[in-house]
Design a protein around this ligand. Structure first.
Ligand SMILES: [Zn+2]
Length: 221
């Protein structure tokens, strides 16, 4: 059964088209999940292919935004982004790759570049979700210091922008990862407080975050 297939993206920044690899949805199999819902994939890890880098201008973004991102970028933001892309040298990203042979190291670089761009676009929850992927990357590599550093960044964003979350999805994300970050940092009181708020507000929803929050909370008591 084929695992990958090719697709074409038009860069939201420079407009050039480039090929990239996608994972067949049938090939994605989740074996298990960690406490924070990090998926453990049976074979291929689709997250590795969820970020694209334009080989012409280095613009880096979520594949899921490929047709919608351009419309959300103002002329001023294009200018700021291109200033940032201008300081990235070819040497910095000599391993640029959007194919099935992409390295995990390049994936980590892509997340950093994409997070700079989404921060410029004032999309803090997209940045937090990218940082979450990076924290998972570090967990897989057993680099706990770096993983916790990313969790601290996620916590900062969630606490700073919580009031600005307009969708339930972002509110649930913020409360869950605030609780999870405090849980990992050993602050039971603040972890419980965030999980309680999440369960009080969204306890009736069937969100997997609610179930995970209840699981962690029962460990905390
Ligand atoms: Zn481009």
């Amino acid at each position: 059964m084929p695992v990958f297939y090719k697709d074409i993206a038009a860069c939201p920044n420079c407009g050039n088209e480039f090929p990239y690899t996608k994972v067949m949805s049938d090939a994605v199999k989740i074996k298990s999940r960690d406490l924070d819902l990090k998926p453990e994939y049976a074979e291929v890890n689709p997250l590795l292919y969820s970020v694209l880098t334009c080989p012409f201008c280095k613009f880096t973004y979520n594949e899921s935004d490929k047709t919608t991102l351009k419309q959300t970028i103002s002329p001023k933001q294009f200018e700021q982004i291109n200033k940032y892309l201008g300081i990235i040298t070819d040497d910095d990203i000599s391993d640029l790759n959007n194919s099935e042979n992409k390295s995990e190291e390049f994936y980590a670089k892509q997340i950093i570049m994409a997070s700079e761009i989404y921060a410029t676009l004032k999309k803090p929850f997209a940045v937090a979700r990218l940082f979450l992927k990076l924290s998972w990357h570090f967990r897989e590599k057993g680099e706990e210091d770096k993983e916790l550093k990313m969790l601290a960044e996620i916590l900062t964003i969630c606490e700073k922008y919580f009031e600005k979350a307009v969708t339930d999805e972002d509110t649930i994300f913020c409360l869950f990862y605030t609780g999870y970050a405090y849980f990992r940092f050993g602050d039971k009181l603040k972890a419980n407080s965030a999980f309680d708020k999440l369960i009080r507000g969204f306890g009736k929803s069937r969100s997997p975050y609610i179930i995970a929050a209840k699981d962690i909370r029962s460990d905390l008591k």
